[in-house]
Design a protein around this ligand. Structure first.
Ligand SMILES: CC(C)(COP(=O)(O)OP(=O)(O)OC[C@H]1O[C@@H](n2cnc3c(N)ncnc32)[C@H](O)[C@@H]1OP(=O)(O)O)[C@@H](O)C(=O)NCCC(=O)NCCS
Length: 180
């Protein structure tokens, strides 16, 4: 699925496209070196898109310049024992600094939620770092509520094969999806 979005402001902002990442997008996901350390992580995630376990959405300009991204892990874990409700987990949500505060993040999350509804998902969950107050505020405005706390301790192999450890205490948030 590919969607063209027109940011509300500023008026000179060009049309943007939301689409699934393809393999040739992987270098651009490193954001000119800022996220080079995630090269292996992204390559593994891209492999998981092939089996349908992961969705990697990107926002680009009409000239295919990378503007932002969000990834989704599709899970079928029951949240309530007596139901078949399914939850998906959103992560790596980022808009490039120059493009922030134009409503693009909100539109990207709306797109993800509409897509998940069509796939039969009922809940979206995510983690937000406790110190990331602006993202927390945005998620709350989008209808997410805090349901718990996570230690946020994980590790990954960087582009040089070195194990990097992350310690980022986070809030776990959830939103029940409802068709509009
Ligand atoms: C979090 C993030 C993805 C939000 O993306 P964004 O495109 O800036 O989000 P939006 O523009 O939709 O909303 C952000 C703010 O802009 C405001 N806004 C929305 N539309 C706007 C518009 N048309 N004009 C001006 N401001 C607008 C929103 O009210 C919101 O305000 P707030 O700071 O009071 O919450 C972005 O800030 C980012 O990449 N941050 C770094 C990475 C990160 O923290 N990711 C989240 C990890 S959990």
């Amino acid at each position: 699925m590919r969607k063209t979005v027109k940011p509300k402001s500023p008026t000179e902002t060009p049309s943007l496209v939301i689409r699934p990442a393809i393999e040739s997008d992987l270098p651009a996901l490193e954001w000119d070196g800022a996220y080079m350390r995630f090269r292996r992580v992204y390559a593994n995630l891209f492999r998981d898109t092939q089996s349908g376990r992961i969705l990697m959405w990107i926002v680009t300009t009409s000239q295919d310049e990378m503007v932002g991204q969000v990834f989704v892990m599709l899970k079928s874990k029951n949240l309530q024992s007596a139901s078949d409700r399914r939850s998906a987990y959103v992560f790596s949500f980022r808009i490039k600094p120059h493009w922030r505060n134009k409503g693009i993040g909100k539109r990207l999350m709306n797109h993800v939620e509409e897509d998940l509804l069509m796939r039969g998902f009922t809940y979206v969950t995510l983690n937000v770092a406790k110190e990331n107050l602006s993202a927390l505020r945005l998620y709350q405005r989008l209808g997410y509520t805090v349901i718990g706390s996570r230690a946020g301790i994980w590790s990954y192999k960087d582009h040089q094969g070195q194990v990097q450890h992350v310690n980022e205490p986070a809030w776990r948030m959830i939103k029940e999806l409802c068709p509009h």
